[in-house]
Design a protein around this ligand. Structure first.
Ligand SMILES: Cc1ncc(COP(=O)(O)O)c(C=O)c1O
Length: 448
């Protein structure tokens, strides 16, 4: 079957994620029901001329768009299992090209430097609420490489307009997460696209503003941001796209190959944060085929747990943040924006952010001690809920962002960025929801 005849045109995405294209440029596997893992990091070249041509062709849009196999040279540049995985991610996100990386942070770095160029004086706007290591990259790694990062709440479009319409503004990238980790704030992507299009009309193409979104929390089940005007889309594959807490990975997905592909490939090749073929094979064999049913179940469980917490006397309304709740401050935007993914209906995600109900006159210190006590009792006594920092596993995870994943924020920064003082992040897994509720209830009663 030629690659141009993708079965996606005839079969539902859920089926395509199980069977894949069954053949990809550079690897045909008609005899197995799974592709082989390619165990060679180096490929035989039939002549020095062909080897030379392969290097010259690397990163070329013509090769990406053509029917011929990209020449395999060396695993860091490209390899068959990764090409298969990239094809699946393109299908899931409705993009044109994807590149996979060793980790989400590897993908973020590559995505950013696909367009940022300190020699052109580029600066970047980063949302004030970001995953802790991305925040730390904005605080130290990017400035060290000559990129000034301006923190702006990207959900507040007026503040953004104020910065990017300044006469001397050099913003090259607006970087954000939606929903943002951990407090699930959304940014209206279609509105932002319109604003940026207007500003870009007056800018040199090399300096136009590029929208980069980390869509890890939403996953392609809830939203396909390339359809909402995002230029460069990033995922940590370590989370729901892996689904089991077994492998790490990251992805950058684009639909404008002419503008981004070559530089993205250079960042992959020269940055070196590449995914191993064995890892790509695990994603292809276990993670991607089970993605839709996993997310279907988790979205339902999250909805149920959010309501359970809202009704719990130790938590209650006003202390639970979940885009599927009517009490979510951006509920209307959530319904609009998180309905265009693979679920084909409103899918508010699987992440919940909540805090304990604060007692009358309870000091901040006592309140935070009680929150830590709740988490410790989960660590000690819970079977179905695990204290740990990741999310997107098939086991339910809970953590305190302020104490753990977001400890790169100072206390002032946490408050200014809209974190809840005792906020906890709950990432449901595949357990029976009654068991998750019962373990949470035990911990909450102990911490009452
Ligand atoms: C929203 C978000 N983006 C990026 C990352 C980084 O991904 P990785 O751990 O795969 O490098 C994380 C990790 O928790 C995350 O939550």
């Amino acid at each position: 079957m030629p690659i141009a005849m993708r079965p996606a045109q005839r079969y539902a995405v859920q089926s395509v994620l199980i069977h894949g294209p069954q053949r990809t440029r550079g690897l045909s596997y008609q005899h197995g029901i799974h592709p082989p893992v390619v165990q060679s990091n180096t490929y035989r070249l039939e002549s020095s001329a062909r080897g030379h041509q392969a290097f010259c062709e690397f990163g070329s849009v013509e090769v990406e768009q053509g029917d011929n196999a990209p020449k395999l040279i060396y695993e860091r540049l490209t390899s068959p299992n990764k090409v298969l995985l990239q094809d699946q991610l393109v299908t899931m996100e409705n993009g044109f090209s994807a590149r996979v990386f060793a980790t989400g942070m590897g993908a973020i770095n590559a995505g950013l430097f696909t367009v940022l160029d300190a020699r052109r004086g580029h600066t970047m706007i980063a949302d004030t609420m970001l995953y802790g290591c991305t925040f730390s990259l904005c605080q130290r790694g990017l400035p060290k490489r000559g990129i000034t990062v301006n923190p702006v709440n990207t959900s507040d479009l007026n503040s953004l307009i104020e910065v990017i319409t300044r006469k001397d503004d050099k913003t090259r990238v607006i970087y954000f997460e939606s929903p943002a980790n951990p407090a699930l704030r959304l940014t209206d992507m279609l509105a932002l696209r319109n604003i940026v299009d207007d500003v870009n009309k007056n800018r040199d193409p090399q300096d136009q503003i590029i929208l980069i979104l980390d869509s890890t929390f939403a996953t392609p089940y809830s939203q396909n941001p390339l359809n909402l005007g995002i230029d460069i889309l990033i995922h940590s594959l370590t989370k729901n796209l892996n689904g089991f807490g077994t492998r790490m990975g990251g992805a950058v997905i684009i639909n404008d190959q002419e503008r981004f592909l070559t530089e993205l490939d250079m960042e992959l090749k020269d940055g070196g944060a590449v995914m191993l073929d064995q890892v790509a094979w695990d994603f292809l064999t276990y993670s991607i085929p089970t993605f839709i049913p996993r997310m279907r179940q988790k979205t339902e469980t999250a909805m149920r747990l959010a309501r359970f917490l809202e009704e719990h006397p130790q938590v209650g309304k006003g202390n639970v943040v979940f885009p599927g709740l009517e009490s979510f401050p951006q509920y209307e935007l959530a319904q609009k924006q998180m309905s265009n993914g693979l679920a084909r209906k409103f899918a508010p995600g699987d992440m919940i952010y909540f805090q304990l109900k604060r007692k009358q006159d309870e000091s901040r210190e006592a309140y935070l001690t009680r929150t830590a006590f709740f988490l410790d009792s989960i660590a000690d006594d819970s079977y179905a809920v695990t204290l740990g920092v990741s999310l997107g596993l098939w086991k339910t995870m809970i953590e305190s962002p302020a104490l753990m994943t977001h400890s790169s924020y100072t206390e002032d920064q946490l408050i200014q960025s809209g974190f809840l003082p005792g906020g906890m992040r709950l990432a449901p897994g595949g357990e029976d929801p009654k068991d998750i509720e019962s373990d949470l209830d035990d911990g909450l009663e102990k911490a009452a």
